[in-house]
Design a protein around this ligand. Structure first.
Ligand code: BES
Ligand code: MN
Ligand code: ZN
Length: 478
């Protein structure tokens, strides 16, 4: 991980200096004097104007100056300074610093918001996770110029929170059962109140019990985290996260079996919620935020629910279970119904690795966002573009709702009546049955929640998607 520190000029202990190249231009008089260089000339040698550098490309120049430890000057291309270019460049620098524990200097000359975004991407690109024996934790100190104290602190808090979510997602499922997730919630609470329900206390949570009953040791957990701001009459945001610690599919076992392997990531929604909560005090959030982490393992066993079972959710709605692999919506339904009945949310939002269909539609860079509140959607889209966790507004198509009909229960849960072929949409329509007119949004993060290759900001595995989006949006309440 990277630890950022604001400085006025490059310190003597930095072993490597990074300087931005913006639209083919570079200048930094202090550094030029220090090493007796003309940076623009150096750049012309590496990258003639007919072959401009791509954002994130880095060129190293060996340097030395009396009294300074620095051995390398690295020219980092920030392309044409688009939001994507800045993030690509930040991530590239973070990657260069993986496995390093020395001191570094970045001579930024950007606007505060751009500098913040660059540093967040740097800390994300720096993230690695391994259980290889002998793995050491590294922490590089990074000095940064031309940035406000507020921006550098915020970059640190936000990027640390994303990396915290990633650690939870990367942890294998033999370690992270629902009880373990509850322990992590307490460990990272950072002043937030944490309450955990298990066993008999989950009597009314029919969805959580039906899914989590497949793995009774230790069984499912309902984890409630509450942040209260100093501000009086603050708005109340409730976030509900899917926390399936492993998804085998249950009796409707996932096939081919290989697609099960990445399913330790099926708690990415809950991990994002936990990480967001852990940062609220540090970003001095002005809203009340409650997170509900719906944690269970979807296993295959003698106590597993069956296709054909009818369960009763929190609040009393009955649901005919048709495919035990559609378990996410069952645990979320209890969480949404609990929020509506007990928490009076002004905003209710759930985040879940819910359907493979979301990935089919949007790929792995945009999350599917469902909501009927167009103004709120606009705010979330903006927060997405600023933070890098981008969302696409998907339709809640009313005429597909007949897919939810059941002959024997209030609704069926796989929405398989008719032939609509829109799994992410019908899953959203299922969830909407539990929000009772409350101002609600749903994020299907099945695509963005996990990266299949180690590139850019993301390691292979859990991305921590949603932490930046939610912290950006929550931070916009003044
Ligand atoms: N956890 C999966 C969704 C998923 C798939 C997340 C791939 C990440 C990558 C979810 O529980 C699931 O199995 N959904 C089913 C629903 C279907 C049975 C109605 C799906 O999308 O196939
Ligand atoms: Mn599933
Ligand atoms: Zn799942």
């Amino acid at each position: 991980m990277l630890t950022f520190k604001r400085v006025d000029k490059c310190g003597k202990k930095a072993t490597q200096i990074f300087l931005p190249v913006i639209d083919g231009k570079i200048s930094d008089q202090t550094i030029e004097k220090l090493f007796d260089l003309n940076l623009q000339d150096e750049l012309a040698f590496f990258a003639p104007s007919d072959k401009p550098l791509k954002a994130g490309e880095i060129f190293d120049i060996p340097v030395s100056a009396a009294g300074y430890k620095c051995e390398r000057l690295s020219l980092v291309s920030l392309g044409k300074l688009t939001a994507l270019d800045i993030r690509a460049a930040g991530a590239a620098v973070g990657r260069k610093l993986r496995g390093k524990g020395d001191e570094f200097f970045i001579g930024l000359n950007l606007k505060d918001a751009q500098a913040k975004s660059f540093l967040i991407s740097a800390n994300l690109g720096n993230f690695t996770w391994s259980l290889k024996s002998g793995t050491k934790e590294f922490s590089a100190k990074v000095e940064v110029t031309n940035i406000s104290e507020e921006a550098i602190e915020s970059a640190q808090v936000v990027s640390d929170a994303v990396n915290r979510a990633r650690q939870l997602i990367h942890t294998p499922s033999n370690i992270k059962n629902p009880e373990w997730i509850a322990k992590q919630a307490k460990k990272y609470a950072n002043g937030v109140k944490v309450e955990v329900k298990s066993g008999a206390a989950l009597k009314e949570f029919g969805g959580l019990r039906a899914v989590g009953g497949s793995s009774p040791k230790p069984g499912p957990r309902f984890i409630k985290m509450t942040y209260a701001p100093r501000k009086a009459n603050a708005k109340h945001i409730v976030i509900v996260g899917k926390g399936i610690s492993y998804d085998t599919g249950g009796i409707s076992l996932k096939r081919p079996y290989d697609i099960m392997i990445p399913m330790k990531s099926d708690m990415a929604g809950a991990a994002a919620c936990l990480a967001v909560m852990s940062a609220l005090k540090d970003i001095k959030a002005n809203v009340k935020v409650t997170a509900l982490l719906m944690c269970a393992e979807n296993a295959i066993s003698a106590t597993a629910q069956r296709p054909g079972d009818v369960i009763t959710h929190y609040g009393g709605k009955t649901v005919e279970v048709l495919n035990t692999d559609a378990e996410g919506r069952l645990v979320l339904a209890d969480g949404l119904a609990y929020a509506v009945k007990n928490l009076k949310p002004d905003y209710l939002i759930d985040i879940a690795t819910l359907t493979g269909s979301a990935t089919l539609g949007l790929g792995k860079q945009y999350a599917a966002l469902y909501s009927r509140n167009v103004k709120w959607v606009k705010d979330l889209r903006e927060a997405g573009e600023i933070s890098g966790d981008r969302v696409w507004h998907m339709p809640l198509i009313d005429d597909y709702e007949v897919a939810l009909e059941s002959d024997i229960a209030d609704i069926n849960h796989t929405a398989d009546k008719g032939d609509f072929n829109a799994g992410s949409v019908t899953a959203a329509l299922f969830l909407e049955q539990f929000v009772d007119g409350v101002n609600w949004a749903h994020l299907d993060i099945a695509g963005v929640g996990r990266a299949e290759s180690d590139a850019g900001e993301n390691p292979k595995g859990g991305t921590g998607w949603g932490v930046r989006l939610l912290l950006e949006w929550i931070g916009s309440f003044k």
